[in-house]
Design a binder for this molecule. Structure first.
Ligand SMILES: Cc1cc2nc3c(=O)[nH]c(=O)nc-3n(C[C@H](O)[C@H](O)[C@H](O)COP(=O)(O)OP(=O)(O)OC[C@H]3O[C@@H](n4cnc5c(N)ncnc54)[C@H](O)[C@@H]3O)c2cc1C
Length: 391
């Protein structure tokens, strides 16, 4: 374990990380990329991607070995998400949200909860979603209204969660709910809810601008009665667990942004060699070369910040101090997503009119990049988080 944040070895990818990247890239290009346009066009779940990821044990690499997982470190998890997002952002939500949904259990759950819920996740038998947002509680998540009332050996949950990624596909849901309305954020608790629990149902899939293959639905909790031992940690600690989770998982959104941007840059780089205007490839023009140089520069800066944040996430996972993780998680997510939006927009520009059509993948990448500036806290919220946690 690194003893200080200056330990560069923690975020320099090792030979194993490089091998992992090569393996995921080959798999993603062979088994996920061929369906990316269709998944977007039809707004359907990328089942082929889920099958390929599960078959290769890449759907939830973060689960510790002690619960049947592969125990990948934070950087390895970033690399998996990055490489899947490079070809299909919707599919990258599978490993990313499996981490988001299950991390509260890993960080704060009882041993029994970990054994019960992490093993099926690791095996690929179940996916995990994360239910924090509500129709009237987005950036101000602590203003949630969903309630959990203790009734003997049970809790009874009522409320509506909104924008829940992979809702309906996931078997398990980490749900944040108010147990003591007087205490605001300190009166919120976290629970594991199962799709099969009576009273759980889902809204119609949202019709979105991008990541169309990733189902986003409301989750309705109508008198959902669950055993009291499904609480994650002590009563009143749910909001703190939800925020601690985001410190780690915002780095996975940064990874997604890096992947989308890399996919767009790679495509544009190839295109400018082929496309001829004024009698030569457009890539020979300095105006085009400077655009590509800026895109590559921003992408590399975003990657270095994301890997530095992943190193801090790993340090905490190994029992080290939290120190600057909150700042780095927010900074990586904010910077990488802004970079991805700029890079994908410029990539569309480099294809001219062709970039604006669905015959080419770049307009999809540009639409997909936009969500990375919004979810797991908008980039305005990231700036609030950074300002409160300046290093
Ligand atoms: C496709 C998709 C998938 C999602 N997946 C999940 C999921 O799996 N689980 C989950 O719990 N949530 C999920 N979300 C919810 C997401 O995290 C929220 O949409 C996001 O946090 C913003 O909340 P909001 O939409 O209510 O916007 P609002 O909070 O209403 O914000 C509207 C605007 O006001 C700005 N704003 C708000 N407060 C401030 C402030 N104090 N200072 C400056 N600006 C401010 C925001 O930045 C934004 O620009 C998802 C959302 C989408 C669209």
């Amino acid at each position: 374990m690194a003893s200080s944040v200056n330990d560069f070895d923690l975020y320099r990818p090792s030979e194993e990380h490089d091998m992992l990247r090569d393996a995921v890239r080959s798999l993603a290009e062979a088994k996920i990329a061929p369906y990316a346009a269709e998944v977007d066009e039809e707004a359907r779940f990328p089942q082929e991607a889920l099958d390929a990821l599960v078959a290769n044990d890449l759907h939830a690499v973060h689960v510790p070995e002690s619960y049947g997982g592969s125990g990948a470190d934070a950087l390895a998890t970033v690399i998996v998400i990055e490489e899947v997002a490079r070809v299909c952002a919707s599919s990258s939500l599978i490993p990313a949200v499996n981490k988001l949904g299950s991390l509260p259990v890993i960080l704060s759950g009882s041993e029994e909860l970990k054994k019960k819920y992490l093993a099926p996740l690791a095996k690929g038998d179940a996916m995990f979603s994360y239910c924090l947002s509500e129709p009237d509680a987005g950036s101000d998540a602590a203003g949630m209204k969903t309630k959990a009332v203790r009734d003997g050996d049970f809790y009874v949950l009522n409320g509506v969660k909104r924008w829940i990624t992979n809702a309906g596909v996931s078997e398990y849901y980490t749900v944040m709910a108010v147990t003591d309305p007087e205490k605001r954020s300190k009166g919120i608790s976290a629970f594991v809810v199962e799709k099969s629990d009576p009273g759980v149902s889902f809204g119609a899939p949202e019709k979105k601008l991008g990541i169309k293959g990733s189902p986003t639905r409301e989750v309705y909790l109508d008198n959902v009665r669950i055993p009291a031992d499904r609480i994650i940690g002590a009563e009143g600690t749910g909001f703190a667990t939800a925020m601690k989770t985001l410190d780690h998982t915002r780095i996975t959104i940064a990874a997604q942004a890096l992947g989308i941007a890399q996919g767009a840059l790679d495509y544009a780089k190839g295109y400018v060699q082929e496309r001829k205007q004024f009698g030569k490839p457009i890539g020979d023009f300095q105006g085009v070369q400077f655009m590509l140089a800026d895109m590559a520069m921003k992408l590399e800066a975003a990657r270095q910040l994301t890997y530095a944040a992943a190193a801090r996430s790993e340090r905490v996972a190994l029992g080290g101090g939290k120190e600057d993780l909150t700042f780095f998680g927010a900074a990586a997510k904010c910077y990488a997503s802004d970079a991805a939006m700029e890079i994908t927009t410029d990539a569309v520009q480099l294809l001219g009119g062709y970039g604006y059509t669905r015959d080419y993948p770049l307009e999809r990448m540009m639409r997909d990049a936009k969500i990375t500036q919004i979810y797991e806290g908008t980039n305005q919220v990231q700036r609030i988080v950074m300002a409160r946690n300046l290093p």
